[in-house]
Design a protein around this ligand. Sequence first.
Ligand code: AMP
Length: 216
Amino acid sequence: MKIVFLGPPGAGKGTQAVDLALEFGIAHISTGDMLRAEIKAGTELGKLAQSYIDAGNLVPDEVAVDIIRHRLKKDDAKNGYILDGFPRTVPQAEMLEEMLKDMGTALDRAIYLEASEEVIIERLSGRRICRECGKIYHTTNMPSRSPGICDLCGGETYQRPDDQPDAIRQRLQVYQEKTADLIQWYADRDLLTTVAADIAREDTYKELSELFEQLK
Ligand code: AMP
């Protein structure tokens, strides 16, 4: 099962993908998580990516494609995967299609998680993340049991710099300019399914889980 998650930042792609990947035994591949890991490790790639990410801009297409190219070759991608945050531009989608063709395969579905701007802003501004394991919380909708401490691993939770108001505005603008066109791009290839994502998280999960069952 090879799935792409589309949708604006804050639609819940990461939150849903973590649980679905676990339930269906496939990999959750988030370019955002991989780039943040590079920043944390202080690598050259991390240094290059940081200024783009903190300002709410996209890293260059070649950088994102390179990361995905290596990641898809790893063993745990053999059972299938959810791509979360990739592709984010039409050229990335074209390169992914080409890359999969070279590997003798293709995507099964692109799932668009649709949410209103109001819900997105509320979600992003309250989002907190564990520095250690990446688990996602929300200050009011999904708080950790002890404020600032991850329920799973005891790590410190923090607010991503790009979840500050100025960066949120920039990310939403970048999404409209560069990423939103992918919805039509995948619809044109008969690969698109839309799922409501501004309802309760559990309800979106149920719909996604049923869809994954059919795709299995
Ligand atoms: P995310 O965690 O998916 O919200 O990604 C955080 C940030 O990482 C984005 O705002 C971009 O700066 C960068 N990023 C992640 N994935 C991509 C991608 N496919 N292409 C370009 N930039 C990306």
